[in-house]
Design a protein around this ligand. Structure first.
Ligand code: ZN
Length: 279
């Protein structure tokens, strides 16, 4: 099955596979891109180490839209916030080593701390990283997360809040990763996507689906067609506003992780075709 030029899969989608398996299977299926999750790299999480990972990825010839993920800037103390900045600096180095265009930021939140204060800490954390982002030539993409994650994972829940940080920092390395799973419900989503394209801050575009009967807040995403998101409509809009990056397929699903991953990859490609806009 032939895939279009600009499809990538997030490695976590095929969680049972290691990096070598992901690279080989995506290559075989003519999928041109992989967004790499850090668990495949970091030995502390079972990964193969940066040097080996970088070598394998370069040898595969696959493009790497993103390293996933950095962020988690808010903290109760200045020391905690500095630790987060230092870690993200390391992630920028890792992204450069594997040839990734951006680090996706799940920005974080501190339970009980006002979200506005957390957002200020996110802005300051990203600001502190900008010289290093420039030095290594890697972008930082703020990913708004669905408000169900506002307590502890992300104080940025809509495109507008990500835009406000971009506008405050006004830096070509700071933009947005728009994931249909998180933003499909937002009444302003179309206007914000258009504005983001105009402001040159639309760095990433992630697709999957929202299962109407969601069974788990984190690990029950649907594959395109399983739920209620008009993914084809979003893809059409994204093309229309001039986005020319990868359409990144990103699904966390206990149900699909239990499948034979080869069969699952076939289904992923089938569903991707089915939600491909006509033009
Ligand atoms: Zn995403």
């Amino acid at each position: 099955m032939k895939t279009p030029a600009k499809i990538a899969i997030h490695s976590f989608t095929n969680k049972p596979w290691n990096l070598a398996e992901c690279l080989a299977r995506y290559q075989q299926a003519d999928i041109p891109g992989i967004s790499v999750w850090r668990n495949l790299i970091d030995p502390a999480e079972g990964g193969i180490g940066l040097t080996e990972a970088a070598k394998r990825i370069h040898d595969s010839g696959l493009s790497v839209p993103a390293l996933v993920r950095g962020g988690f800037f808010p903290g109760e103390t200045a020391a905690a916030r500095q630790t987060a900045i230092d870690l993200n600096r390391q992630y920028l180095d890792e992204a450069q080593a594997i040839g990734a265009g951006m680090v996706v930021l799940v920005v974080g939140a501190v339970p009980g701390q006002p979200l506005a204060e957390s957002r200020r800490q996110v802005r300051d954390g990203i600001a502190a990283l900008l010289p290093h982002a420039d030095a290594v030539g890697v972008k930082l993409a703020i990913e708004p997360l669905h408000p169900m994650y506002a307590a502890d994972k992300s104080c940025v829940n809509r495109m507008a809040e990500a835009r406000e940080i971009c506008e405050a920092l006004q830096h070509p390395k700071v933009g947005i990763a728009a994931d249909v799973y998180h933003i499909w419900w937002d009444p302003d989503v179309e206007a914000e996507l258009r504005l983001s394209a105009q402001q040159n801050t639309l760095f990433g575009f992630h697709i999957c689906d929202w299962r109407v009967q969601t069974r788990h807040l984190l690990t029950d995403r649907g594959l395109m067609g399983d739920g209620c998101i008009n993914v084809a409509g979003f893809r059409r809009l994204i093309n229309e506003i001039g986005f020319d990056g990868f359409h990144e397929i990103e699904v966390f699903s206990e149900e699909y992780w239990a499948w034979d991953q080869e069969k699952y990859l076939d289904l992923i490609l089938e569903r991707e075709l089915a939600c491909r806009p006509a033009n």
